[in-house]
Design a protein around this ligand. Structure first.
Ligand code: ADP
Length: 613
């Protein structure tokens, strides 16, 4: 499995670091894009709202401005004005013009109405009674005067030269025929507009064609420009005294286009420089602009929030994808390992199946070999016995011959009593030979392997009979303590005798070089087990022999004396009855072979009775 960490140092691999770096960069990029997109969307919607607000305000502003537009032309028609202009020194005409202008001012609800002669001098005014009356002042330098004379209508916003109060000036020529005798001017206060701007809830103001803020509910903003004033504009403002002697200071040191979309940095009076969002809309015919200052901070926060959300979402999704991929890889890896394991198990299974089959074959061969060996062992014993048997049978046969000859001779002589004696002897001899033949038959028969109750004493006696020739040959003595007649073991008669013959013969063989060979055979019963011990006084069993004692074909004897099958067959037979066969050396010398067999199960009394019946 590919681990992202180094197996020893635990450090992240450079590939993982690279992927991590790429993922972080990708998330940062997405965050930045989200910042830009959401910021723009929010700014656009803000600007849209501002534009709608400015449109509404501009329309009502233009309506206010245009409402009074035709007034000066109408008022100029009054003959009292042209009369005064014809005779400027006539007190009577001055009074009449003043009265007319006063009435007109009140009737039209404007700040002031006044009459200027062709040289710019004010001849009469609605405020003629007030201390700071316009009368006598020259306004020939004011643009509204110049425009009225030249173009028939003068419009101008400025600070009153006399009153110091700002106002919107509208002017129209007073004509006599085609000749302009003078100008009638109206000063309109824009307080209503100012209130409307204040009520909008945003920072709203009006700038003139030069960019000077001239109308703003925030008095501190007045007479500032958004950007530095051009030299010509500054000179013109000085000439027209549009804003009196006010110093005009810029809020930004950089030139600034009002249609800028991006936020601009402004140093508003009494505030630290900050970014503001400019929205503008032209108003009226004097090149004025309605301006709203918006706060881009909210858009910034929203954009930042969106950027963070996008960045984190991206990181989360990438993390999730990485996690899913890692799990998928792990699952694949596990599946692969599982597959490998299964394959290995399958291979091992095939391997083991083969081995088991081989083992079973070997076991079958062994079983077969053992069975054959048991038989071979019997034959071997038979071979060894044949000499003894011939001897055993020859002797009674010779005796039989003698007794039979004697009997016929005695019969001829009529010695009947002696004939009967001879016949009895013949009968004994026949019985003895029969016993030997029976024994041989039992031994060589291939019996069915069904254990049964075998009388131990009989088995031992039969075995003794078989080894008798050998015993006699060695002039050995055999001692057997009395054995209970009813002592029985679970075995088969012939095979038990075969084991006993093997043990006894081996014991005698071990003492073949001793002048007074002595074999001891004993039986004990303990806990349902019958133990038969065969003890000799030979050289005992060496460690080397002990290691191979029960192996088939292991023998220390010459080929004619031993096949090395006796003990191996004996052990197999004993174990087939659930018994054991073991050997050890006696402390005082010689070997002790111990055969242990199960006692037969007790016969049920009913069974017994039924059998007897
Ligand atoms: P065999 O008698 O044909 O050699 P066995 O299987 O009966 O085959 O015995 C194997 C060997 O065990 C013998 O060759 C002998 O070396 C050893 N052995 C058996 N019985 C005795 C004994 N009573 N004392 C010493 N050695 C013995």
């Amino acid at each position: 499995m590919n681990s992202p960490r180094h197996p020893i140092t635990g450090k992240l691999s450079s590939r993982t670091l690279l992927t991590l770096g790429a993922a972080i960069s990708f998330c940062l990029l997405l965050g930045w894009l989200a910042y830009r997109i959401f910021g723009d969307i929010y700014l656009n919607s803000e600007r849209q709202l501002a534009r709608q607000r400015l449109d509404a305000l501009a329309l009502s502003l233009e309506a206010t401005l245009s409402r009074n537009e035709s007034l000066p032309g109408l008022l100029a028609l009054d003959p009292s004005l042209s009369a005064l202009l014809h005779q400027p020194d006539s007190e009577q005409r001055i009074t009449a013009a003043n009265a007319y202008l006063e009435a007109a001012q009140q009737g039209a609800a404007v700040s002031a109405a006044f009459l200027i002669d062709a040289h710019g001098k004010t001849l009469a005014a609605s405020n003629w009674r007030q201390g700071r009356s316009f009368v006598g002042h020259n306004y020939g330098f004011r643009p509204y005067f110049v425009d009225a004379i030249n173009n028939g209508l003068g419009r101008f916003y400025g600070v009153g030269v006399t009153t110091g109060e700002p106002g919107y000036f509208l002017a129209a020529p007073v004509r006599d025929g085609q000749q302009a005798l003078g100008v009638i001017a109206l000063k309109v206060g824009l307080e209503a507009i100012e209130q409307a701007l204040a009520g909008a809830g945003e920072t709203l103001f009006l700038v003139d064609a030069d960019g000077v803020i001239f109308l703003s509910p925030d008095r501190l903003l007045r007479y500032h420009t958004l950007a530095p004033l051009s030299d010509t504009a500054a000179a013109r403002l000085g000439d027209t005294r549009q804003y009196g002697r006010q110093a005009i200071t810029p809020l930004s040191t950089l030139p600034l286009a009002l249609d800028r979309i991006e936020p601009v940095r402004l140093a508003l009076p009494g505030e630290a420089p900050r970014d503001v969002l400019l929205t503008t809309r032209p108003v009226g015919s004097l090149g004025w602009q309605l301006v709203q200052l918006g706060d881009p901070g909210e858009a910034h926060s929203i954009a930042l929030g969106s950027a963070l959300a996008t960045g984190f979402a991206c990181a989360f999704l990438l993390g999730l994808a990485a996690h899913v991929r890692h799990r998928q890889r792990r699952r694949d890896e596990l599946r692969r390992i599982h597959g490998q394991l299964e394959q290995r198990i399958a291979e091992r299974t095939v391997d083991l199946t083969g081995k088991i089959a081989a083992l079973e074959r070997t076991e079958a061969i062994l079983r077969e070999t053992r069975n054959s060996a048991v038989q071979a062992g019997k034959l071997a014993v038979l071979g060894q016995m044949s000499a003894g048997i011939t001897h055993e049978l020859n002797q009674p046969l010779a005796a039989l011959q003698t007794f039979a000859d004697n009997a016929s001779a005695l019969l001829e002589r009529g010695r009947h009593a002696e004939v009967a004696e001879n016949l009895a002897m013949i009968s004994d001899l026949i019985e003895r030979t029969g016993r030997i033949v029976r024994q041989l038959k039992t031994f060589s028969r291939k019996e069915s392997s069904v254990p049964q109750a075998v009388t131990v004493k009989t088995a031992i006696e039969h075995a003794l009979m078989i080894i008798e020739p050998r015993r006699r040959e060695l002039m050995a003595t055999i001692s057997i303590p009395p054995i209970a007649e009813d002592l029985q073991a679970l075995a088969e008669p012939g095979r038990l005798e075969q084991i006993l013959v093997n043990l006894m013969r081996n014991g005698l063989d071990a003492m073949s070089d001793q002048p007074a060979a002595h074999l001891e055979i004993s039986t004990t019963v303990q806990g349902g087990r019958i133990t038969i011990e065969v003890r000799d006084h030979g050289q005992g069993i060496s460690d080397e022999v002990q290691a191979h004692l029960f192996e088939p074909f292991y023998t220390t004897k010459t080929a004619s004396d031993g096949l090395g099958l006796g003990l191996s067959i004996s052990l197999t037979i004993a174990e087939s009855y659930g018994g054991t066969l073991g050997a050890h050396n006696a402390p005082e010398g010689g070997a002790i072979f111990t055969l242990t067999l199960n006692a037969p199960p007790p016969i049920h009394p009913n069974q017994h009775t039924a059998h007897e019946a």
